[in-house]
Design a protein around this ligand. Structure first.
Ligand SMILES: [Zn+2]
Length: 151
């Protein structure tokens, strides 16, 4: 009769060893930041375009060069430069946030409403769907506006 002893502590030591090695390797490197996620999103778009267009070789080169750039940024030790890039990306997201919010609303109410911007005060207006020329009074500034709705 033989008893096989499986030493759990030994295994967890191996895992811990790997984690601490990885931590040492990543020390002083940029790692994953917000810009990394943005770049991964762009990478997915490139990959989709590659499949849809069927241009496997030329877009494949761009795709893998882009992936190499993403990995380079994660591994980079030039922290100042990477922080600056990430900061610019965050500023870009902040600047475009209202636009993204409007886009979300347009999709949410696509069946029932159409959206226009008041040319006097800039208010984003949600209007009931209906075709043709329509006159609307802006609820914020009271200006009379004329819009043409094609659909
Ligand atoms: Zn207005």
């Amino acid at each position: 009769m033989s008893i096989v002893l499986y030493d759990l502590s030994e295994k967890s030591d191996t895992v811990n060893n790997f984690i601490s090695k990885l931590r040492n390797f990543m020390a002083g490197r940029n790692g994953v930041d917000k810009l990394t996620y943005g770049l991964i999103a762009v990478y997915c778009i490139i990959a989709a375009v590659r499949v849809i267009s069927g241009l496997y070789l030329p877009i494949g080169i761009i795709q893998y060069a882009f992936l190499a750039f993403i990995i380079y940024r994660i591994m980079s030790r030039n922290l100042q430069k990477r922080y600056r890039e990430n900061y610019k990306f965050e500023q870009f997201l902040k600047a475009w946030k209202p636009y993204f919010e409007h886009l979300k609303l347009r999709f949410r109410f696509i069946k029932t409403h159409r959206f226009r911007t008041c040319r006097h005060c800039g208010e984003f207006l949600r209007l009931k769907r209906g075709r043709g020329k329509r006159q609307i009074i802006c609820p914020k500034c009271g200006s009379e506006l004329t819009f043409h709705f094609l659909f």
